[in-house]
Design a protein around this ligand. Sequence first.
Ligand code: PLP
Length: 381
Amino acid sequence: MVYLDYNASTPVDHRVLPTVAEVLSEYGNPASAQHRAGQSAGELIEVARIRVGSLLQRPVQDVVFTSGATEAAVLGLVGATLGACHRPNVVVSAVEHKAVLAAAELGAHLSGGEVRKVRVDSAGRIDLMHLDSLVDDSVSVVAIMAANNETGVLSPVEGAAATAQRVGALVFVDATQFVGKSELQPVANLADLMVFSSHKIYGPKGAGALIASRHIQKVLTPLSAGGGQERGLRGGTHNTPSIVGFGLAAELAMTEQKKDSDRIAVLANEFLVTLKERLPGIEMNGDGADRLTNTLNLRFIGADAEAVMASMPTIQVSAGSACQSAVSTPSHVLLAMGRSATEASESLRISLGRPTTRDEIRIAADAIVSAVVRVRELTAA
Ligand code: PLP
């Protein structure tokens, strides 16, 4: 088996796993401050908060733990929209993850507003002029993802933030694919609201964070009230083992990011060169744009991506974003980039990660070449 779907999820790093396993056997509730078991669980959460804050170079009190990026997006986007009723509209890029699109729809719907979508060009780059024309003082939040999960295309967060700030709208950045793969500044400092997830940076599933200053946190409407955890913004018992693992993974991301992305860039480039040498009719979605080095979204002309995947069951890649792949609808990201439904259905996302080796790349390239040739022959027959 070769796993090349790291944008969908990453394995827990072997340096994180032992501590997570140890914490699983500790049963104190971090909210039970009256006894030692609870206090020690609470201390573990606070250490993780320090680690996540330092990764982003943000104060520790800016970190609000959630169950993942989806929940953080709901808290950030719906919470901010509800807290600003005289500004019911939300602006998002057309290529945001479904989690952000759905949260924006919900926030706008509950506030009686609308979602305005910013166009992208054929390389997936956000059209800043269009963004500028959509932003006015009825807009509470402008949501721009730092890096796209399907194509790896990076967004002009600085330009989008300048436009949002002009009218006093909050800047929401989905950094789920960006954290651990790119230099985090200045993006982390430009965002009023930023979300990301443990299971994309070699931490356990079930933990994520919303990053917002204390001042912004005060304008958010809490959506999961109750126990008062996370300063009343996210009630519910903390997932201590996952949050501890998230903190350790964040610490590793800080030290490994540059090394990982340099190494992965070399492998991804070799992989692409090999495929192009051996197969005609390959197009890269996002070509020409600044992109994450680990993500290759490739169209194999005349070969249906799902048929290609079925033809190479030992190579694990994605024919669209993981959250969408249960439903076979064309990727909204590729459609927004002007691809037809057929072109989108011929596109495969290959994403490399920290454990990826040159051997795996060679095995995957062989398998993809054979599978594409086979599918093209069957289609032509
Ligand atoms: N945003 C982006 C860009 C993603 O890639 C994902 C997951 O695929 C999410 C949000 C949702 O993250 P989570 O799985 O932590 O809810």
